[in-house]
Each structure stands twice: as structure tokens, then as C-alpha cells.
Write a protein that binds this ligand. Sequence first.
Ligand SMILES: [Zn+2]
Length: 114
Amino acid sequence: MHELSIASSIVKTVLEEVKNRNLKTVTLVSMRIGALTDVVPDSLQFGFEAITKDTILAKTDLHIETISVKGCCNNCQHNFEVFEFVFICPNCESNDIKMSHGNELEIAYIEAED
Ligand SMILES: [Zn+2]
């Protein structure tokens, strides 16, 4: 499962952070996940809970913010939100589009107790 390996790398990163910053526990992990990634938030949540069950992160909440897909037109520099994966500029109808958002898969921040 794709999400399980992502969850496991999140947990690894957070545990390293706990060690480096000498934290007691982490209360919240906030993720930013772009709509272009094929990550299913519910599956990621499930994987995170399964992996952290017997760790100090057992009570840590995972918050997932979905980032919508945005593009910038290389022809007219128009910025727009992409719906239904239609990568065409609504302003000039060019298909020369550069993605500016939607591929995010990162930890935005963590909240911890020290
Ligand atoms: Zn355009």
C-alpha cells in the first residue's frame, strides 16, 4: 500500500524531530498533500494510526490539508485553479501550463510538548 510507506516515512521524520529537539511527545502532525498526488487521506490516516499504535505517537493527531491544483500559463502568465485535470488556460486557451501547486507531500508543522 502506497499510503503505508508514506505514513512510515512521516513517522520516521517525526520521531527524528522528537529526538533532535528532545521532545516529550508530539500532539499534532499537520500535512500538506496536493491533489495531484494519488494519496488517499483516509488511507494515510489509517496507516499512520496503525504504525504509531505502540509508539510515543499513539495519541498524536494527524491533520491533512489537501492542496488544490494550480497552474500558471506560460503564454499569458495567468494563474488559475485546475479543475477536473483540464490543463488549459481559461484566459487564452493555451495548453502550455506550468503546475504551481498540487504535488505537495510534506509535513507543514508539528505541535509538540517538551
Ligand atoms: Zn494563458
